[in-house]
Design a protein around this ligand. Sequence first.
Ligand SMILES: [Zn+2]
Ligand SMILES: [Zn+2]
Length: 337
Amino acid sequence: MRVTWNSGVQIQHKEDGVILDYKRSSPSGSTFFISHGHFDHSAAFRIREARKYSSKETMDIVSSFGLHPENSSPVTVGERITIGDIEVIPHNSGHVLGSLEYEVRTPEGTVLFTGDFNTEATKTMRPAEPIQCDILILEATFGSPSFVFPRIEEVGEEMIRWARRVMRRGRIPTFQTDPLGNAQEIISLFNDSGIRVVTHWRVTLMSRIYESYGYDLEYFDEGSSEAEEIMREGEFIYVAPKNFTASDPGFEVALVSGWALLMGRTGFPLSDHADFPGLIRFVEECEPGVVLTCHGGRYDETLASYIERKLHIRSYPVKLIPTGIRKADREHLQTRF
Ligand SMILES: [Zn+2]
Ligand SMILES: [Zn+2]
């Protein structure tokens, strides 16, 4: 079995192969698995003729962006998809609606590809499932020891306190965030607090898909007459995409993202990714022989060297070199150095 970087994580066994979260839209002969609907993971949907697999939720999400999930098959948690000698089993990754990790089994060993994942339970998601594997391909978005998120309940309480303060000053508490994932967490949080939520159309679009899967979210699209009335009365929060620029000085803006930890301006570190301690705990639970880091830019290296030093497990960025594993290697892989 071979793991290589080919604009995505490529796993091959003899003549069979799959590519996970391909980043390009140019045709290739391979079979693609897509972990979730965020743009940086779902480019393979642009390749019409390619064979693709993802959750049904992810297919609905990318369809709403105008992509065509042709030649795509929906997969569910626990199902087994067979590609020649390779078997792929999806598991929950806890990141956003429909997000999956993929366990890829070959006769020579098992790989777990996390995609983006979260180890904490949130209002909308269950935590990612650790799976024992020979090779763990680990998302490194927050792969530096400085990323330690406070408890989600604490962040939520702080957001509500801030919103009340802003409303008392007669202004509009505005949360800039990812329309898929964090936005629905915010809606859910404020639904529990009794404060009404008005949404930007891009947040509305994603929230409707959550509702179609049985999520109970209450929000008012900014274009609706109810929203207009709420906005006249005051006392509401506004949820908008990250690139939203306030046209009205009445908006008081806060960023909601794990990156808020690094930023000087008002922000809240509510995240749909694992923080650093979460990443390390997940590695320990999966008990891999090798950890290949990805999706973290410069943190790929930071996280890998920490894993080598502290957990004594061989680790390096997946982009660095191809990783091979033969049946005879497996015993050796399992031995920590
Ligand atoms: Zn994501
Ligand atoms: Zn991502």
